[in-house]
Write a protein that binds this ligand. Structure first.
Ligand SMILES: Cc1ncc(COP(=O)(O)O)c(C=O)c1O
Length: 484
């Protein structure tokens, strides 16, 4: 009992500190400038998925530390440094402030994964990308030349907003032949990577204050994208056997979420796959509680044993599922081609946002993709690629056998999701690894609750086998060094 109370207190203090740090970071990075009003306690609690009391305590601490001040009935404001306060005469200050205020977003913009990827390192295990050496680059270059011969005006025009109609027709045929999914080309939207598809969904289908279910852990940029919309994220645990459907039904009944963002096949970061029976049951729940299921199928074709179950989209008869399929990972990452499938009601809400965003994905990349992807040579290549990736996964697992780290071996995808012993401080490990040219993803940024402090994601797909051996050897050494 005593231990639980101490543990709970410790957890609360940690949460309070994370709110405190988020505000300080926001001020340092210019999100809030001097004399700006901070988000209300309610809004901040929703944004960080914590109790309002936790936010209140963090604000009080900021107040005590002189970082913010409070105005009666108005809320908390960033304190002015003495120089800024002296500079600003009341009138000129008000003018510049109001202009500045309107030009800025009210929300935190962050992309924690790309912050890590931006660092140039020799041992790259943070990017879930495939080693360029494993892709048929010469063959792709030949296709590029042929596409220019076939479509001499390809650079002289726009694509339609939804995407090239020939490509969409071929993809509709592909979905039918490969998975028995009936989808009309009008129900397909070509996007610039799946990342854009998630962004378009987050901007078109949810609004401030809506509830959104999200896996815990999940693809870190998805958290950052939904946080931008100021929704309340409700985490759903994902385990090797899939979800806890009772938990999901409870959340759907009590919180009425607008959508559930899922990555159900060789999930990023865990590699887990949601089984068929849960797919059928979850589609029924979505219909009953009118919750849109967004299935992000980036790794569907990267399997090592049996192919994965059919997508949720296959089981949906009422139009509650949006299917996102990226070909970016294994076809040609540089083309950034993905397709989003949705029934007309949802599609009609998404297309205007795509139009506002970029007026359509470039026609050139769509045409190259179309001719390259459906060629028999590429389809044969994918079979070989699976074997090469499985070997790299096995190599990484073998090297890690010497440690007491724990993971579940994934049946596909590009990552290992690893739990480190409690005495390894992952923040310190990352700091020292980056200093020694090694990158990985800390588990915390994959957690909508910002905790999972003892987990890391290692991608085995990008670096060569030789680099993999050296990178893992060094990583283990550094982890030993940072043990407390
Ligand atoms: C689950 C998930 N969704 C989306 C993406 C982004 O993919 P794309 O390269 O197609 O934008 C990734 C990339 O790692 C991913 O893992």
């Amino acid at each position: 009992m005593e231990i639980t109370t101490v543990g709970a207190k410790h957890e609360k203090r940690k949460l309070q500190q994370s709110v405190y740090d988020a505000i300080v970071d926001g001020i340092t990075q210019g999100e809030w400038k001097e004399l700006d009003k901070l988000p209300s306690v309610r809004v901040m609690a929703g944004r960080m998925n914590v109790h309002r009391l936790t936010v209140l305590k963090a604000y009080q601490q900021l107040l005590e530390d002189g970082i913010v001040h409070v105005k009666y009935k108005s809320g908390y404001f960033v304190s002015a440094s003495e120089s800024a306060a002296a500079d600003a005469s009341p009138a000129s200050h008000r003018d510049s402030r109001s202009w500045d205020y309107q030009a800025r977003s009210l929300y935190v913009h962050r992309s924690r994964l790309s912050d890590i990827h931006r660092q140039q390192v020799d041992y790259q295990m943070s990017e879930a990308l495939i080693d360029p050496g494993l892709l048929p680059n010469a063959y792709l270059s030949n296709h590029v030349k042929q596409v220019f011969d076939m479509y001499p005006k390809v650079l002289s025009t726009y694509s339609s907003v939804s995407g090239d109609i020939e490509l969409r027709a071929e993809l509709a045929r592909y979905f039918m032949e490969k998975q028995g999914i009936t989808v009309h080309p009008e129900e397909l939207l070509i996007t610039t990577g799946s990342q854009q598809a998630i962004d378009l969904i987050s901007r078109s289908l949810v609004k401030d204050g809506d509830r959104v279910l999200i896996e815990r852990p999940t693809y870190s940029p998805a958290i950052d994208l939904f946080v931008q919309q100021n929704v309340k994220l409700l985490p759903v645990e994902i385990a090797p056997q899939g979800y806890d459907l009772e938990q999901i039904e409870f959340l759907m009944r009590t919180e009425q979420p607008k959508l559930f963002y899922m990555n159900p096949t060789f999930q990023n970061p865990t590699g887990y796959t949601v089984p068929v029976r849960q797919r059928k049951a979850l589609v029924e729940l979505a219909e009953r509680y009118q919750c849109i299921l967004v299935e992000d199928e980036v790794y569907h074709d990267i399997y090592f044993g049996d192919p994965p179950p059919l997508p949720f989209f296959y089981y949906d008869t009422e139009g509650y599922v949006i299917h996102i399929r990226s070909f970016s990972k294994y076809v040609a990452p540089g083309l950034r081609i993905s397709v989003l499938a949705a029934r007309p009601e949802l599609m009609n809400a998404i297309i205007p946002i795509k139009a506002l965003s970029d007026n359509g994905t470039p026609l050139l990349t769509q045409k190259i993709f179309q001719h390259y992807f459906f060629s028999s040579r590429l389809q044969e290549h994918v079979a070989k690629l699976r074997i090469a990736l499985e070997l790299r996964k096995a190599r990484m697992e073998k090297l890690l056998e010497a440690t007491d780290w724990r993971w579940t071996s994934p049946g596909g995808g590009l990552n290992l999701w690893i739990e480190l012993p409690n005495n390894v401080n992952v923040d310190e490990l990352l700091r020292q690894c980056l200093a020694e040219s090694i990158a990985f993803v800390p588990g915390r940024i994959c957690d909508p609750l910002d905790r999972m402090d003892s987990w890391i994601r290692l991608s085995y797909s990008y670096i060569s086998e030789i680099q993999l051996e050296e990178g893992i050897r060094r990583l283990i050494q550094i982890a030993d060094r940072v043990k407390v």
